[in-house]
Design a protein around this ligand. Structure first.
Ligand SMILES: [Zn+2]
Length: 480
């Protein structure tokens, strides 16, 4: 007995130690094996149910949001398709990645998100619909498979045809194949129907405005003269109902894609990120469509992230973030190391898991396709800077006048940017102007450090030489 007792004691102690070790060891959390990024073109955040919209535009997105992290204050860093997606794919602002004009071919010296995944051994694939995401813009860098069949649809069809069915079918085909393969993948899916023109199928029009008997329709948005401040509010309400119909039509197709993911093995090991590239405006500041300014209706976007291995501190994140953050965040969700070159976005994982917000003091937005007073107004460069205290400045520099005009808003008291305080705050204006200038200079210097140029200056760098592409852009009103 006396010889057995120490052995029993040792066994008991060992069991206690193991039990304690099991209690204190953190659970093993594997990062996502694969990543799906879904961009819904032109979807403004305040028309999404889980962002507070009262009409049933997005039941599928809302269901997805219930199991995801929702960023309540997500911002696009530009207000049109090419530069905003270029920022998602490079982690750089427009001043740094330099894809800012309707004929800007992205520089080969960018290292895109798809290239980073590809270098890590991922299968990479994309399905795109917008002319501005065609290969001519060199935005396909890093995608082994780049399906731009829909983006090649000739004008005027590109504005009128419904594409969500095709996008969903193409994405499902890829996912079925990927689900059966051991190789990790990165898939980019771009939905387009929310983008003007607004001509949803009849049942979707009836869903949001069944009683309308007027004459307004959602066609030829970029060419119309009747969409002006002072138009009949009932007609404007119908135009917005048509936009909502496009959102619901897209959401009904997205529902199929999300249902497939949730019903397959992908649900357990795949990160799904859903966002938009910019919003759309409905005369809040005198125009329709997008591209021209950086007002809130154009830059507030939805962002939902669901990923295995993520320790979610709170399902709704209030800290403001920008879509340049997607680049480092998507790599982080997959457990990949950060890229070895400077970028301007921040990994959002510390914010999601520990509440540690990115160390930026302001949000930045730029569109060099800026315009004052609508489609036919004066052209120029529009930049804006929002400080975390809610003070937001807009600068518009006319291409012909070479003079700048400024607006200053207090978003905390005036979230719709209706009361311009610039005349009252000369000191604050001077301070924010210098911050704006500093941000602009820093981006240009970074572009120099990364050897990035406006690729139009390089041989073969002008993306606008293709006649069919120019034809499409004319149809959308981007070129005259
Ligand atoms: Zn877009």
């Amino acid at each position: 007995m006396s010889r057995r007792r120490p052995a029993c004691l040792v066994s008991l102690l060992l069991l206690l130690f193991l039990a304690a070790a099991c209690r204190s060891a953190p659970p093993v959390r594997r990062p996502a094996r694969s990543v799906i990024l879904i961009s819904i073109d032109s979807l403004r955040a305040d028309h999404v149910g889980c962002y507070g919209y009262q009409k049933p535009t997005t039941p599928a997105l809302d269901r997805f949001a219930a199991g995801a992290v929702r960023f309540a204050n997500a911002y696009a860093v530009s207000s049109w398709t090419l530069p905003s997606h270029a920022s998602m794919f490079t982690g750089l602002y427009e001043d740094a990645h330099l894809a800012f004009a309707n004929n800007s071919r992205m520089d080969d010296d960018n290292v895109t998100l798809a290239e980073a995944f590809q270098a890590a051994g991922y299968e990479t694939a994309a399905i795109v619909c917008a002319p501005f995401l065609r290969r001519e813009y060199n935005i396909q860098q890093g995608f082994a498979s780049y399906d731009q069949e829909i983006a090649e649809t000739r004008r005027p069809t590109i504005r009128k045809v419904k594409t969500s069915r095709q996008v969903t079918d193409k994405a499902l085909a890829i996912l079925k194949e990927r689900a059966a393969s051991p190789r990790p993948f990165f898939l980019f899916v771009h939905y387009w129907d929310v983008h003007y023109d607004y001509n949803p199928p009849d049942e979707y029009t009836a869903m949001f405005d069944p009683d309308y008997r007027g004459a307004i329709d959602g066609l030829n948005i970029s060419k119309r003269q009747d969409l002006q401040p002072g138009m009949d509010p009932r007609d404007l309400a119908h135009l917005i109902a048509l936009y909502d119909g496009e959102i619901r039509y897209t959401d009904d197709h997205l529902a199929e894609l999300l249902a497939f993911i949730d019903g397959s093995t992908l649900a357990a090991d795949t990160a799904v990120v859903i966002t938009a590239d910019h919003g759309d405006e409905f005369l809040e500041h005198g125009s329709t469509g997008h591209t021209f300014t950086c007002y809130e209706e154009l830059v507030r976007i939805p962002l939902l992230i669901r990923a295995p291995g993520l320790v979610v501190r709170t399902p709704v994140v209030d800290a403001p973030i920008e879509n340049v953050d997607l680049y480092p965040t998507l790599l982080s969700l997959a457990g990949l190391p950060p890229v070895k070159r400077p970028i301007q976005g921040y990994d959002l994982r510390p914010l999601i898991e520990k509440g540690e917000a990115p160390p930026r003091q302001e949000l930045y937005c730029e569109t060099r396709m800026g315009r004052r007073y609508g489609w036919h107004g004066q052209k120029g460069i529009w930049r804006s800077l929002s400080r975390l205290d809610g003070k937001k400045i807009h600068e518009f520099r006319g291409h012909k006048t070479h003079t700048s005009e400024y607006e200053l808003y207090d978003l905390k008291n005036d979230p719709r940017e209706l009361t311009n305080l610039v005349e009252l705050n000369a000191e604050l204006l001077a301070k924010i102007k210098s911050e704006l200038y500093r941000r602009h200079r820093a981006s240009l210097e970074l572009a120099g450090d990364l050897n990035l140029q406006d690729a139009r200056q390089k041989k073969g760098g002008d993306a606008g030489k293709d006649d069919a592409l120019r034809d499409q852009l004319k149809g959308l009103g981007y070129v005259q």
